[in-house]
Design a protein around this ligand. Sequence first.
Ligand SMILES: [Fe+2]
Length: 405
Amino acid sequence: MSGNGQRYNVGGILLERPFKIRRLGHFGFNIEKLEEARHFYGDLLGFTVSDKADFSRAPWFPKDLAGEAQGYFMRYGTDHHAMVLFSKKIMDQRADRKFVPGITINQITWQCGSLREIGDAHTYFQEQQVRLQRVGRDMPGSNWHVYVYDPDGHTNELYYGIEQIGWNGNSKPRALYYRGFQEKPELPQMSEAAEVAEAEAKGIDIYGGNRPAAPNGGVKYDVDGVLLPRPFKITKIGPVRLFVEDVGRAERFYTERLGLKKSEESDYKGARCVFLRCGAEHHSLALYPTELRAALGLSAHTSCLSFGVELANYAQLREAVGFLKASGCELLDLPPELYPGIDYAAFARDPDGHLIQLYYYMEQVGWDGRVRTSAERRPVRREWPAALEPLADTYTDQVFQGPFG
Ligand SMILES: [Fe+2]
């Protein structure tokens, strides 16, 4: 039994928890070198700033930091944000949220299937004595959410209904933020269409939000037929790789409380590594013992081994490696045993020392839950071939839904 023995009706389906995580929705870091990170994640990797963070109205906000950049909400698709960068200096002063030293992950954020699931998740976490951080609806982004801590102190957010950015790139204007919630909302709530109609009736300029500036760096790369400032396009985010104090304890939290499923575990030089999924992807979250960090020579300032970004295809991944090296990024290889289910991949270091894993393919797990054996997987060659043979699950996951840029 992985739940608490009870069953919950989730949209007419009886589950062990009153919610079902469907995918990794977004992720964030608290960053020391914020402007360098904006360049790395923005100009180099291609995340677009949807809105700048502005905490200056929060009661805890340190007035002496008023002039400083506070952070960026960034996207690669239509979700208002997929990646957030917040100033570590400012986050360290928050009175309403405490970050454990050594945790530079701002949030690991999971999308559920409905608003009802979020409220029911909050009740469930209270009953199960999971450490809650807050519940409500934050602006910008408009997603309805509940925040909990994992046993190591990583913030996990479950949400429904993040703001979608459309063809013209406009985010919601600040004047619409009055629909934010600092507490659990009563259900049902008005639809977003009704919110927009209400705002117009109040005379609010619904087009008054942020629109990104034209891309930096010139538009000179033909990315499978579209001209972009870099020779690749991020089409998905995740997996998140975490160093944890006790792998078994973290595994129990993420499987029993959040409902992730174990795809496989591996032994890497005596370290037990666990790979967890929420949908058909081999893993969206991986757990590693903290002792492994020094053995791998990774930065001791963070519990994040890496954060993944999937590129549209293998050819773009090859181009990305050359582009990032030429742009002055440090790239490194990590042993493939640390990421089963992915074949060709590269790790780039962000300005604070976090690793970003670039890859193009993830093994898809079907109805019977079986994963490939290592003998059935594609061997990764030291010299990357110009082209690869397809696998049974190549290009079978959901394609990126909009234009590349
Ligand atoms: Fe979030």
